[in-house]
Ligand binder design. Structure first.
Ligand SMILES: [Fe+2]
Length: 389
């Protein structure tokens, strides 16, 4: 049986902080993505039929949607809301001096530190109304690397992230290894990086400020442009302000509905590449919330898992590569042309340092029409990346 998350406050003073009050969910009738729900606790079942059904559902969710809801993973709603209290407190209390001292620099290949609400580079660009604080492994080891206001609470954030990494993500990777017909710990042992608290991944406290009407028009309804994540898995806590959209197989963007306490999980490009395309890294973006939530601040917690290594899967040996998948297909073309593909580290760092978040129609390699849908194209380390406009 997986042990649920527990945290006992160490002695010592810590300020009382305001509770996060979840905004009211939208009441609008939207085009929702119909995602499957995976109950992670079922993985502990001794009944082979339960396990077999769990694998079937997971395989279908990954193949057809590339996104899934994860429930019963060991963190209570109350424990989760405490983490939102902390994120809210960080964003409300980070000093101007700390914003400057801890300013991020994506050109280094990591997003560590504070992202101001002006674009995706260290230097201020266009207003996007998105602030982050990103905790990489070094941020957990040195209080000087986090805002002064959050330092008294780092033991709670660390315990939470350790649980996400060593229990939730480890069990999720066990489930995914089983789908690939690999030894249960294969992905954890060979693909997931887990040195330090978060390995080569990171934990993000994000806050989306509401846009003014003029900014909203300028951004054409998009807060964060479509992309796929580069790592192994992304664990996104479902939030009441509806904004996440995924690109579904019928070439339509659909909103993901709020499911209190659930994790919204998607797979990163590493799992797509190493699984030969059997797993898919699904495109997603952050859109404007519906009209009844436009005025709300959207607080979001995300745990991004990073990767290392290579693998051999029986499923891959038997069924071969799935060539219709995006990033994997691009890598395969390079291999077939006798060119080298980027290493795991090169790919991750190039993604971070080139993620400029410009509109797809303004991408360097221009706009293409593929089967009636318009795509903008980027070129990262010689690999073409096409994203729907
Ligand atoms: Fe993402």
């Amino acid at each position: 049986m997986a042990i649920p998350f527990t945290y006992t406050a160490s002695s010592g003073s810590r300020p009382d902080i305001p509770k996060w009050v979840p905004p009211k969910p939208t009441t609008m009738d939207l085009d929702w993505a119909d995602l499957r729900t995976i109950e992670l606790s079922l993985l502990d079942s001794a009944d082979p039929k339960v396990i077999a059904d769990l694998l079937t559902t997971t395989k279908a969710a990954i193949k057809e949607d590339g996104f899934l809801f994860l429930t019963n993973y060991g963190v209570s709603l109350e424990q989760l809301h405490r983490q939102f209290d902390l994120a809210q407190y960080l964003h409300a209390n980070i000093s101007e001096a700390d914003k400057e001292r801890l300013l991020w620099d994506p050109a280094t290949g990591v997003f560590a530190g504070f992202k101001p609400r002006y674009g995706w580079k260290r230097e201020p660009g266009q207003f996007d109304g998105i602030e982050h604080f990103n905790f990489y492994s070094p941020e957990f080891e040195d209080d000087e690397r986090v805002p002064k206001c959050i330092a008294p609470f780092m033991d709670e954030i660390t315990a939470f992230c350790e649980y996400l990494m060593n229990s939730v993500n480890r069990r999720l990777l066990k489930l995914l290894s089983m789908v690939l017909e690999l030894p249960e710990d294969y992905l954890w042992n060979n693909i997931q990086s887990h040195d330090g608290v978060v390995g080569d991944g990171y934990f993000r406290h994000a806050l989306y400020y509401p846009l003014e009407e003029q900014q909203r028009r300028a951004r054409k309804g998009v807060r964060m442009y479509g992309h796929t994540d580069y790592g192994t898995t992304t664990l996104l806590f479902s939030v009441p302000v509806t904004a996440l959209q995924i690109w579904e197989s019928d070439n339509k963007w659909r909103y993901v509905k709020y499911k209190p306490g659930a994790l919204v999980v998607n797979l990163g490009e590493t799992l797509e590449v190493i699984s030969g395309g059997h797993f898919k890294a699904t495109l997603h973006k952050v859109a404007d919330p519906p009209a009844d939530q436009e005025h709300e601040q959207r607080l979001s917690l995300v745990f991004f898992n990073g990767s290392k290594g290579d693998m051999q899967s029986p499923l891959l040996q038997r069924e071969g590569f799935v060539l219709k998948q995006g990033i994997f297909m691009q890598f395969k073309k390079l291999i077939d042309a006798g060119l080298s593909v980027p290493t795991n580290k090169e790919w991750r760092e190039a993604q971070v340092s080139t993620r400029v978040q410009t509109a797809p129609e303004e991408r360097l390699a221009g706009v293409k029409d593929i089967n009636g849908t318009k795509y903008g194209e980027d070129l990262i380390l010689g690999v073409p990346i096409v994203l729907p406009v």
